[in-house]
Design a binder for this molecule. Structure first.
Ligand code: TPP
Length: 558
């Protein structure tokens, strides 16, 4: 059996249905081997390696399994670095197979040489820095062992991306050895019984604020999490990546924590006697404004301890579903219901049609979300506003790549999400993010994927413009753009694509209605009149109540 066929069959054994990638001479044999195994598994061609990597990433985040990406050497490998780094920073299980030139040509001027030989750049050095495991195959007979190592590293209790560098001649070489079995799924780590008792004892103090992270939904532990919340009669906040950890419409839900979040969380924390942190390390953007965290007892559960360690705290390390179930059992019956928060209406209780603002658009989008969907939120003002205000249905999933917070993640990720779930995906992204990676819409068009792209076209790198105006107090003049009609442009580019530009709320409501019954992709570009100040902590004081900033360059200066 050829190495390429061997790897393809291992992926089939693992239940992988889609491999994302961009082809090229040094990876084409891997692509062909996968395609020979259709319909069990198939290649999905991305338009950029970053998009292919984020598609694999989203697929892993949504299924709790492994995302797989194949790319060629040279620019293909370099283009993949960003998404591998995102997967590493966000602990996403990924296998990347990166092709390299034939070994005989490495170091002697091979095309797209990344072997590190003869002065060529070294892909291993680059990927080692951003992955949890990276090795180059040096002898063909080591492939089975190295593949197992890569899979173990990617799916370990501290998951992340593993990168296998594989020269073209090795992909075609025959494997003539007995194959080691693939290690079965890593056994779930159970919490230590004594620690669990200590945790349950600590949690007798009331009231409790629980802050949930993205590990909850990614490990499928929403139900167990909700049981713990009930047993504690607690209020719940979620970090920006974790809107899908808990019912956004529950009276217990106080909102999103941190820089893009709700001040209700800080108030709930001030009232709480103890804080339980589940499945997040609480990075700065998730804990900004929550200084009380250092003064309260802090109990945490999850893969890794939060960055904040309280002297009166305790961390339970273990797989979330099991640990939370055990914790709920240790806590016993819930006490009688205490005062509960009323549901805050971040988007405003009453709605008037009119000019498009981000908030009005989000309200219409929220109302249009079907019960079963995935919402993918990109960077910038758009992302901050959606994190702050958009409530998603209880069984919806929510993807936000805070690891690198890189613009354009949502476009590739939507492809992976649509393949992984077959459910409609909603991409919320700025025009800047669209210009960066938006042409992966082509992949959704090609495969008729159920993705609704909603582009908040404020004709600017909005967040940078707001920083420029409010924090730098400058008018440097490079963050605002000329007019564009993205819907019209994409409709012309891809005949048959449902795409439009909306100027007001009536047009948006209509566009969302039109998009709902579509089987394939749709694009709705929102022509926002102003660059708005997003609900981001850093901007609140300097804005002095201003809700927009001027684009502010005279035409001739541009
Ligand atoms: C890959 C990458 N490069 C640069 C940045 C820094 N950055 C953060 S927000 C932003 C502008 C985003 O503009 P747009 O996508 O139009 O969204 P808006 O803020 O206007 O809603 C930039 C450049 C980033 N987050 N990611």
């Amino acid at each position: 059996m050829k190495v390429s066929d061997f790897i393809a069959s291992r992926l089939v054994e693992l239940g992988i249905r889609h491999v994302f990638g961009v082809g090229g001479a040094n990876i084409e044999d891997m692509f062909a081997a996968v395609q020979r195994r259709r319909p069990d598994i198939r290649m999905v061609l991305g338009k950029h390696e970053h998009a292919a990597g984020t598609a694999a990433d989203a697929s892993a985040r949504l299924t709790g399994g492994l995302g797989v990406v194949f790319v060629t050497s040279g620019g293909g490998a370099m283009n993949l670095l960003h998404s591998v780094a995102e997967a590493r920073a966000s602990a996403v299980s990924m296998l990347a197979v990166v092709g390299e030139p034939p070994t005989a040509l490495q170091g002697v001027g091979a095309f797209q040489d990344t072997s590190g030989r003869g002065g060529a750049i070294d892909a291993a050095a680059a990927f080692e820095a951003v992955s949890v495991w990276c090795k180059r195959v040096e002898r063909v007979e080591t492939v089975p062992q190295l593949l197992n190592e890569a899979l173990d590293a990617a799916r370990s209790r501290q998951p992340g991306p593993a990168v296998l560098l594989l020269a073209k001649d090795f992909q075609l070489a025959e494997l003539a050895i007995t194959l080691p079995p693939i290690s079965s799924v890593i056994p779930a780590a159970l919490p230590d019984a004594i620690e669990l008792e200590r945790a349950a004892a600590l949690l007798r103090i009331r009231p409790v604020l629980v802050i949930a992270g993205d590990e909850v939904a990614r490990t499928g532990a929403q139900q167990q999490f909700a049981e713990v919340v009930e047993a504690l009669d607690a209020q719940v906040a979620v970090v920006p990546e974790a809107r899908d950890a808990y019912d956004n419409f529950s009276p217990r839900f106080v909102g999103v924590s941190g820089a893009m979040g709700s001040s209700d969380v800080a108030h709930a924390l001030a009232r709480a006697a103890i804080c339980l942190v589940v499945g997040t390390r609480l990075p700065v953007l998730a804990r900004q404004g929550l200084e009380d965290l250092t003064t309260k007892p802090l109990l945490s559960v999850g893969r890794r301890q939060p960055y904040l360690v309280s002297s009166r705290g305790l961390h339970l390390e273990g797989s979330l579903p099991q640990t939370l179930r055990a914790l709920a059992a240790a806590l016993g019956e819930a006490p009688t219901a205490a005062d509960r928060a009323t549901v805050p209406h971040d988007l405003g209780a009453s709605f008037e049609h009119g000019a498009l603002t981000t908030q009005r658009a989000l309200q219409l989008i929220q109302d249009a979300l079907p019960a079963e969907c995935t919402v993918l939120v990109d960077a910038g003002n758009t992302g901050a506003a959606a994190v702050h205000a958009l409530r998603i249905p209880r069984s919806a999933r929510w993807l936000l790549a805070m690891g690198m917070a890189g613009m354009g993640y949502a476009f590739g990720a939507a492809v992976g999400a649509a393949f992984a779930t077959q459910r409609r995906c909603f991409v919320l992204a700025g025009d800047g993010a669209f210009y960066m990676h938006g042409l992966d819409i082509h992949t959704a068009v090609e495969h008729r994927l159920p993705v609704t792209y909603i582009i908040f076209n404020n004709r600017a790198h909005g967040m940078c413009l707001v920083r420029e105006r409010l924090l730098l107090r400058e008018n440097a003049g490079y963050n605002a753009f000329r007019d564009s009609r993205l819907g019209e442009g994409l409709r012309a580019m891809f005949p048959g694509l449902v795409a439009c530009d909306c100027r007001n709320t009536v047009e948006l409501a209509h566009a969302l209605e039109q998009a709902a019954p579509q089987a394939g992709p749709c694009v709705i570009s929102l022509e926002l009149e102003h660059v708005e100040v997003p609900p981001f902590a850093a901007f609140q004081r300097p804005s002095q109540g201003l809700t927009t900033v001027s684009r502010g360059f005279p035409d001739d200066e541009h």
